[in-house]
Design a protein around this ligand. Structure first.
Ligand code: ADP
Length: 618
């Protein structure tokens, strides 16, 4: 029976799992993944917005550099071949150290290797380069080079038209380089294979919102270096800039050809340049982000003096500025980087929590549902077997009654003692029948409206004795040893005698039913304090300790091979306990020694017991 139940629970179990638990799980996983994607998307959006603001800034700074060159060009326009004006460094604040160089003889200004330490350093570090003895590293934009190569390739095709088409191609190529990681990868590997050096940037990349990431990777520059000689540089244009990084010091050289053999120029005053850059920068700090320019060493040029400066090496997003300011970057930082990650974490956590709660609720309610279903199904099954069992149980006493009644009718037994015995059996079987029918009727009645008793004061001792002795004939006829011990005194109690008889008969009948080889039943009655105690013991099959709790439940029948052979309804003990409790008493089970079961019944006695003086109040 139990196996069938477990088996039949498989289907609702699987159904519940596939219809509720699985979709619930999938929904939770999807929600969490969607939340993560949404966070990544938001971060990307923010990065894109900042990046375009930076692109605008880079453009403005490039314009500043152009205007610096134009200003310097203009300031030397009038000088012709005579060299720069004597008060050049005073007329424009962009001029740091002015110089003049003769292609054949070296620096004429500063003269004699320079006076101030700055001049001396300038002359010492640039003479070799100006005399074409050493090359210098020039930074070229990879994006520009790539765009050139794309245009060059397009020019080979017949469909290429210069003008708009060329500009469009250039824009597309530089966009592709800036945004497409695969294009970048390919270009970098091409450059390396051609022996070109791609410098590392000062900033590092890593997860922007995850402060725990330590293994940041330095980013590759979008500029590539190329060694060039001074003569090659000055051959390409009438004037220009040459950026130089010497021993960690940055120097921006401005030069202009004055005639064929003279070059005038200056070390540009970077303070003046950075002032101009500052004027084109957007608002340095807002509630959301901080903007700054990082110099060639990765140090902020404008430190807005925030109380907790960001990790300068680790911007939210950054862009290199120009080949004229190598390794310089405009960088953007989140004012509160933790806010983004903590918001992401809170969103994810609350979603995980929600999904967890949802899942737990589903699991618990499913479990309760399955458990309820299991007990309902068990009860339904018990009720079905109950009907079959009742009809079977009715048959047994009826058969006995019929046999003995026929024997008496046919007068085959002349012995009056035996005849008496047969009549006794008929009476006890009738009692069994009555008990069985009463059990069923009482049970359904108690289910509907509760049972009513007609209680009166009677002697429990006499009642029990009469009942037990009525059973003796049949029990002994069925080869039982029936041991009885009654009380020596009257045990008055206010009870419904028929109900109590029914209860006692149930227990006696069980003792008889569940005895196998050792047919022994004991019925004893005594007084303990203010209670009457009735013990009914047998040496039958006994009850498994695991089932001892359940035997008083309605329809419950022990499901083992020994007990299953016996007919029963599973109502006897339920009704017995109900009757006893309705009388203020109770019943409990305990194993009998050496084997079998013992049921101990307690019933309260009337307070005033005749002949009882000492313990009458107990
Ligand atoms: P039933 O009509 O099945 O006997 P009961 O409510 O009287 O129903 O008993 C419930 C179950 O308790 C029985 O099915 C049986 O397994 C077990 N039981 C009751 N009395 C005894 C006993 N004296 N010895 C062994 N098992 C018993």
């Amino acid at each position: 029976m139990r196996k069938n139940q477990t088996h039949s629970l498989w289907r609702p179990g699987i159904l519940f799992f596939t219809a509720t638990v699985l979709p619930g799980l999938a929904l939770s996983v999807l929600t969490i993944r969607a939340a993560r994607h949404e966070e990544a998307f938001m971060e990307k959006q923010l990065e894109n917005t900042f990046y375009s603001e930076l692109s605008q800034t880079v453009y403005s700074i490039q314009k500043v550099l152009e205007s610096v060159r134009e200003t310097l060009d203009g300031s030397l326009a009038e000088t012709g071949r005579t060299g720069f004006p004597a008060d050049w460094d005073r007329t424009t604040d962009l001029v740091g150290i002015p110089f003049q160089f003769q292609l054949d003889s070296g620096f004429t200004v500063p003269s004699r290797g320079g006076n101030s330490p700055e001049e001396k350093l300038f002359v010492a570090s640039n003479t070799g380069f100006f005399l074409d003895r050493q090359p210098v590293e020039i930074y070229r934009s990879i994006s520009d080079e790539y765009a050139e190569s794309v245009i060059a390739a397009a020019k080979q095709t017949s469909s290429f038209q210069s003008g708009n088409n060329g500009r469009l191609l250039r824009k597309q190529a530089s966009d592709a380089f800036e945004t497409d990681k695969n294009v970048q990868k390919e270009i970098y590997s091409q450059l390396r294979s051609r022996g070109r050096v791609v410098p590392l940037r000062n900033i590092v990349s890593g997860s922007k919102t995850d402060a725990k990431v330590e293994a940041y990777t330095p980013r590759l520059s979008t500029y590539v270096t190329e060694s060039m000689h001074f003569s090659d540089i000055v051959a390409t244009a009438p004037s220009g800039f040459i950026p130089r990084i010497i021993d960690q010091r940055f120097m921006l050289l401005y030069w202009k050809k004055l005639g064929t053999a003279t070059i005038a120029g200056c070390v540009v005053d970077m303070d003046a340049v950075t002032d101009k850059i500052l004027s084109v920068l957007p608002q340095l700090q807002t509630a959301v982000r901080i903007v700054t320019v990082l110099d060639h060493n990765g140090k902020p040029v404008f430190d807005s003096g925030t109380a907790s400066p960001p990790d300068w090496k680790h911007p939210f997003t950054a862009r290199e500025i120009s080949g004229l300011l190598p390794r310089w970057e405009v960088a953007m930082y989140l004012t509160d980087p933790a806010a983004l990650s903590s918001r992401a974490r809170i969103t994810t956590l609350s979603l995980i929590l929600l999904a967890g709660i949802l899942f737990t609720v589903i699991a618990i309610s499913g479990f309760i549902l399955l458990k309820t279903m299991q007990s309902e199904m068990k009860l339904a099954q018990q009720k079905t077997t109950f009907v079959a069992n009742v009809s079977h149980e009715l048959k047994t006493p009826l058969t006995s009654i019929r046999i003995f009644a026929e024997l008496l009718k046919e007068r085959r037994q002349p012995d009056p003692l035996k005849q008496e015995q047969y009549l006794g059996i008929i009476i006890s079987e009738t009692e069994r029948l009555t008990r069985l029918i009463n059990n069923v009727l009482d049970f359904s009645r108690s289910k509907r409206s509760g049972r009513t008793y007609s209680k009166r004061e009677c002697d429990l001792n006499g009642l029990s004795r009469e009942l037990a002795e009525n059973q003796r004939v049949r029990l002994e006829h069925n080869r039982f040893t029936f041991v009885t011990a009654y009380s020596a005194e009257v045990l008055p109690a206010t009870v419904d005698p028929e109900a109590i008889k029914q209860a006692l008969l149930n227990i006696l009948s069980n003792a008889e039913k569940y005895s196998s080889d050792t047919r022994w039943i004991s019925f004893s009655l005594g007084r303990e304090g203010s209670d009457a105690i009735i013990r009914i013991a047998d040496r039958g099959i006994g009850i498994d300790p695991a089932e001892q709790e359940n035997i008083f439940r309605e329809f419950f029948r022990v499901d083992d091979s020994l007990a299953a052979r016996v007919q029963g309804t599973g109502l006897g003990l339920t009704i017995t306990r109900q009757i006893l409790r309705d009388h203020g008493g109770d019943i409990r089970y305990q194993p009998n020694q050496p084997s079998g079961s013992e049921f101990v019944i307690t019933l309260p006695l009337c307070k005033e017991v005749p002949g009882e003086t000492e313990n009458s109040d107990r």
